[in-house]
Each structure stands twice: as C-alpha cells, then as structure tokens.
Ligand binder design. Structure first.
Ligand SMILES: NC(=O)C1=CN([C@@H]2O[C@H](COP(=O)(O)OP(=O)(O)OC[C@H]3O[C@@H](n4cnc5c(N)ncnc54)[C@H](O)[C@@H]3O)[C@@H](O)[C@H]2O)C=CC1
Ligand SMILES: O=C(O)CCC(=O)C(=O)O
Length: 529
C-alpha cells in the first residue's frame, strides 16, 4: 500500500505509517498541482493539511485511492463530493487542534487590545514610543462569539478567565449548553450591538459566507475589534478594510483569508490596525503531534482493517448492506434535511418512527442518515453518518426512535418530528414508491401531501380560499420560477391548507418577500433537498 504524505505532518505520524507492514510512504511537500497529479497515480492514501488541494482532477488521477486523511478539521481543500462519488473516504481529526486554535485566537484578541506586535516592531526598529501604543483592557468588556462549537467553547472559557462577559450567537446552540458554558445566547444583531470584541468560529458555508459584511459592521459598536481564526470569507475582507480605515473597526486579527496565500498587494498588509498570521491556528507542536499521529492511525486502520473513524463522507456499513439500505438511507437523509428546514433553529429532540419492512433491517443506519440530513446545512461538509449522532448530542438534541407495528397506509413509512423548546412538533412523513423505490414525501405537519423527495420545494400554509393556487402560480411565473409539480392538502374546508410546490429554480428575493408578506399565506418556506 502506497501512502503519499503531501503536506508536512508530524514526524511521529510519518514514522507510525512507515512502521506498518506492507506500507510504502512517500513524503513530497510543496508540490505543484501538476506534480501532485503525477504523484497520486498509484497511491492508496493521501495525507494532507491545508496546502495540497485534493481536487476532482487529483481524485480522477488516483485510481487506487481509498482514503484522504486531513490532519486537521476543515476539509475545504478536498473535493468531498468527488471523493464520495469515487468511494474515497475523507477523514479528518476534529479535536486535535482545538486548543491550539483557541489559544491563537486569544493571542489575536490580546494583540488587538494591546498593540504588542506593533510596539515590538517599533522597538526592533530602534524606537522608544511609549505614547502611541496605548491599549484597552479586556476586563469587563463583552466578547461576542459567533459559532459555539469546540473552538468557540474554549475561547469562551479563556475570555471568562480574563473577566470578560461572553455573549454567543450560534443558531444551533441548545440553551442547556449555553447555560453550562455560562454564556448568554443572543441573536446575531444583539451580539453585533453589544460586543466590544467579536470572534467567529464556524465553517464557511452558504449561510456563513460574508456573515460579517458592510451591513453587519454598521450594526457594531464604533471601535469594535474583530477576529477570524476560522475560515476566510466569513468576514467580508473588502468591508473590513473600509471599516478599519474609517475607525468603525478599531482593530482586527486575521489568521485566515478569502484567498490563501494572501496576495502580496492585499490592502490588509498595509493597514496598521490589523494583525495578520498566515493560517497558524493549528501550528503548535502539541496540535501537530496530535493530529499527525491521529491521522496516521486512522489511515492505517482503514487500509489494514477497514475500520473507518472520523470519516466525513462514508456510512460505517459494509457494501452488501448499503445495497439493501440505499433507498432508505436516501429517504432518511432527505427527511432529515426537510424537517430541519421547516423547523425553528433550536430544537430539543428529533422523534423518529419507523413502520413496515424497515423495522427488520438496520434502522440504526437510517437513523444516522436522518441525523446527517438534519445537520447537512448546519455543519457543512464535516458531518456524516459516523459523526452526526455526536454532533446532535453536542447541540443538546435528543434522538428518540420508535419502531411501530401499527397499521399504516404504506408498506414503508418513516416519520421524523423535530420538537422545539415549547414542545411543538414540526414533522415530515416519507415512503418509498414503486420498484425503483423512489423517495416520496407523504406528509408535512400532519397534512397529507404527495411530492417527490428531490430538488427544490416551496412549502406554503395558506388560507383555504378560492384563487390561492392561481395567485401563487402567477406570482412564481411573474418572477421567472417554473412549477414542476404541486400537492395540495387541507384538513377542514375554509380553514388553512398546505401547498407543496416543486419548482425548477430557487425563488428570488422578490418572490420570497411577496410570499412572506401575502396576507393569506401564514408560512412560506423554500427548502432544498
Ligand atoms: N485557523 C486554523 O488553523 C483552524 C481553523 N479551524 C476552523 O475553525 C472552525 C471551527 O472549528 P470547530 O470549533 O472545531 O468546529 P465545530 O464544528 O466544533 O463548531 C462549529 C460551530 O459553528 C456553528 N455554526 C454553524 N453554522 C452557523 C451559523 N450560521 N452561525 C453561527 N454558528 C454556526 C455550529 O453550530 C457549531 O457549533 C472550522 O471552520 C475549522 O475549519 C479549525 C482548526 C484550525
Ligand atoms: O493544518 C493546518 O494548519 C490548518 C488547520 C485548519 O485550518 C483546520 O484544521 O481546519
């Protein structure tokens, strides 16, 4: 078995791989994309940090490849979708560099409060400037943490030790975890308005990209200090540069950038009130030893024993079982994604009920698939069937599973209900239809509907009055959205009805605003399966 160590991981990790019988290890750091294409042609595993990009092209050039091991958290340098398509396991080491990154964040927070880097540079330049380098204290200031996962949680503890008030915005943070961490859970706007210092700790996803833009910065206190040791692009660099120049942001600390390496001529390099580090969050002796050894062990376990840990793209079931379970896993994942999109962000439990043949199969794998589907839009590429139960538990979400023998109208039926903090249930029902076992949604919030579980859906709850279908159709048509399929349902004539509309394209801002403002429409949710 040939393993390419494409980025520098710890010597202990490389040594571990070399010691395994039958393993041949090639170390090649700093290779160009063309060299990588050549190097991977006969390898079974690739170990990377963040420098080497494992693109679709690289994966296609590696017919023997079984596993890509990322010594770190973010797998944004790996084309996970392409790897999944090719059956390549992508795994990471989720917690080995948590402390290192939390500590670097704190180094940035302190350097933003007290201009140590600037004062040190001035001393080295032969000066003795005592007046220009005054700072501010952290004591009794408010730190806003956006993203209260592993790293956010460790940053909170350190801030509390400095006597800071900590407020947190994380739409998926359960009130119980906020309480245990002694942080005040607030909305994003409240956090922006209250905080003297703000730090972000979540993956870059469609939801988090440019979360801190011009509008968000305008809501902050004048003189706020901002930090990003998570992923470039969460804070919009062009907006930050303008705010640093105007003084709206007094100081910033960045470890990650929209483009890495940061361009030589980036304006960020010339601003005196921003401290930059070249993606050093995980660069401590301890973190690198931990993630290097962890990834080496994980790669070895996959190649020698078929044991998969911390995979971000593979269910931990064998290929024979996958064949039978495939349609159920697909249905489960879609129901999970759907229920998450029609429920409030904070829920206390997921109630899953199975009826029919699935009871005799491995419902556990389907449960994991539902959990993964639920987390898909929350945890991005890092969630899979293996880590989904753990991630949900960390969010404080209980999962209850019931297998029922009672009679139902379908051969197979799966119900997934998200229960919110007030005990209100938001539920979806799904089944498999025909020989091809196509996934189908047959119920939403207690209403019978009938729509293929795929693509883009508009879920509407409207007053049951004449002309509603026409109004919605006209509105969508006027804004260029074509309807592919539609299902209508109501319980009592004249009260409220459900409309599930499958559309060919995502409704734009105009259509969404009009639907939300429509006096006869109580709920309008666009969901993507
Ligand atoms: N600078 C560096 O060298 C390093 C950077 N990182 C990056 O730091 C980030 C955080 O890592 P961990 O704490 O380990 O991840 P985590 O998965 O433990 O925490 C992420 C948190 O973000 C929250 N979140 C998701 N969407 C959100 C949204 N729209 N708004 C607010 N919160 C949201 C999740 O609920 C979760 O609590 C990752 O992007 C990771 O890649 C991690 C290690 C080193
Ligand atoms: O390997 C590194 O130095 C980067 C670490 C990182 O960004 C991560 O683990 O997400």
């Amino acid at each position: 078995m040939k393993i390419l160590v494409a980025d520098k991981i710890s010597a202990k990790g490389v040594a571990y791989l070399r010691e395994q019988p039958g393993f041949e290890v090639v170390e090649a750091y700093g290779s160009s994309p063309e060299q990588v294409l050549e190097l991977v042609k006969d390898v079974h595993a690739i170990a990377v940090r963040s420098e080497t990009k494992v693109t679709r092209e690289v994966l296609e050039a590696a017919p023997e490849l079984k596993v890509v091991g990322r010594a770190g958290v973010g797998v944004d340098n790996v084309d996970v979708e392409a790897a999944t398509e090719r059956g390549v396991v992508v795994m990471n080491t989720p917690s080995g560099n948590t402390i290192a990154t939390a500590e670097l964040t704190f180094a940035h927070i302190l350097s933003g409060a007290r201009p140590v880097p600037q004062a040190a540079a001035s001393m080295k330049a032969g000066r003795w400037d005592r007046k220009v380098f005054a700072g501010v204290e952290l004591f009794r200031k408010t730190l806003g943490i956006i993203g209260m996962g592993r790293i956010g949680g460790e940053v909170a503890k350190r801030a509390q030790a400095f006597g800071m008030q900590v407020v947190a915005y994380d739409p998926y943070l359960a009130p119980s975890r906020a309480k245990a961490m002694q942080v005040e859970a607030v909305t994003l706007d409240e956090l922006l308005e209250k905080s003297d210092f703000i730090t972000v700790h979540m993956p870059l996803t469609d939801d988090t990209k440019y979360m801190i833009d011009e509008a968000a910065l305008a809501k902050c206190k004048s003189g706020v200090r901002l930090y990003n040791c998570a992923r470039g692009g969460i804070i919009k660099e062009s907006a930050l540069i303008e705010a640093l120049k105007s003084g709206q942001v007094a100081g910033a600390g960045l470890d990650v950038f929209e483009e890495e390496p940061l361009a030589n001529d980036s304006e960020l390099r010339s601003l005196s009130n921003v401290n930059l580090t070249p993606h050093l969050g995980a660069s401590t002796v301890e973190a690198q030893a931990a993630v290097g050894v962890e990834i080496a062990e994980q790669i070895s376990d996959v190649l020698s024993k078929g044991i998969i840990r911390n995979a971000v793209n593979m269910p931990s079931i064998d290929s024979a079982a996958i064949k039978v379970l495939g349609p159920y896993l697909d249905l489960g994942s879609k129901l999970g994604t759907l229920v998450q999109q029609i429920s409030p962000n904070q829920i206390s439990s997921l109630r899953i009920t199975y009826w029919g043949k699935i009871i005799d199969l491995d419902a556990n794998a389907v449960t994991r698939s539902i959990q993964r589907g639920y987390l898909r839009r929350i945890s991005g590429d890092e969630v899979n069937e293996v880590n989904a139960p753990y991630l949900l538990k960390r969010l404080g979400v209980e999962v209850e599973v019931t297998k029922s023998n009672s009679d139902v109208d379908y051969t197979e039926l799966i119900s997934v209900a998200a229960i919110d903090g007030e005990g209100k249930s938001h539920s979806v029902l799904g089944t498999l239809i025909g020989k091809a076992q196509q996934p189908r949604i047959v119920g939403i919030n207690g209403r019978e509907v009938e729509v293929a579980a795929e693509g883009k859906l508009l879920v509407l709850e409207n007053l049951d009055q004449p002309g509603m279908v026409g109004e919605v159709g006209t509105l969508l048509g006027r804004t260029g959205v074509n309807i592919a399929d539609m299902s209508l349902s109501r319980l009592v004539q004249g009260e409220t009805a459900y409309m599930v509309v499958r559309v060919d394209s995502e409704p734009g801002d105009e259509a969404r605003t009009e639907l939300k403002a429509h006096p006869k429409i109580k709920l309008a949710k666009f969901v993507q399966l």
